[in-house]
Design a protein. Structure first.
Length: 190
């Protein structure tokens, strides 16, 4: 058996990524961060001031969701490591989870006209599911090593990811309060 063939089959390939691949990876992180920043910044305010939950109930919910995340992270990682979708190792999860994530991010900010206990159950359910889907979408942190084995390219991918993710955070910080202000100004001063 030829040793050169055996070595090339075992050695990981270094692949130079094109600009569109790097930017696409950055945009995935930006999209996830846009929703995550809105939720992490405004959901507690929404639950206490708009939705009508007691602050202690909201705080306990946020603690429980973080504990669920602590259990969910390794479970998601194990699940993804042991399975491959028809779209590839990671791409399928990004495709499958993005629609429910978008849907849950909208319904988490809806106030059902029910009693307090049902409101609390609704808030727990939507926020826990949203958080678990966020963990599932954050598997994209494993994508750079799957896209290339070149350490320099992985560093560049992480730079694109960080830049786009922070850009999404800045957009949320500046645009969402303005939209909220205009909405409330329209409701109460027109």
């Amino acid at each position: 058996m030829d040793n050169s063939v055996e070595k090339s089959a075992v050695a990981p390939q270094k692949h130079k990524l094109v600009f569109s691949e790097k930017l696409g990876y950055g945009f995935v992180n930006m999209a996830v961060n846009l929703i995550f920043n809105v939720v992490s910044t405004y959901l507690l305010f929404f639950y206490t001031n708009v939705y009508g939950l007691r602050p202690a109930d909201s705080a306990l919910m946020f603690l429980i969701v973080k504990l669920v995340d602590a259990v969910g992270n390794p479970l998601w990682g194990t699940w993804v490591d042991k399975r491959t979708t028809k779209f590839g190792k990671y791409r399928g999860y990004l495709l499958y989870l993005s629609i429910p994530y978008a849907f849950l991010s909208v319904i988490a900010f809806i106030t059902p006209a029910t009693g307090y206990t049902l409101k609390l159950i609704y808030a727990y359910t939507t926020y826990v599911l949203l958080s678990l889907l966020n963990v599932g979408l954050c598997i994209n942190g494993a994508l750079p090593a799957a896209m290339t084995r070149d350490n320099d390219e992985i560093a560049v991918l992480n730079s694109y990811s960080l830049f786009c993710s922070n850009t999404g955070g800045v957009l949320v910080s500046f645009c969402v309060p303005f939209v909220g202000y205009e909405y409330f100004r329209f409701l109460y001063w027109s």
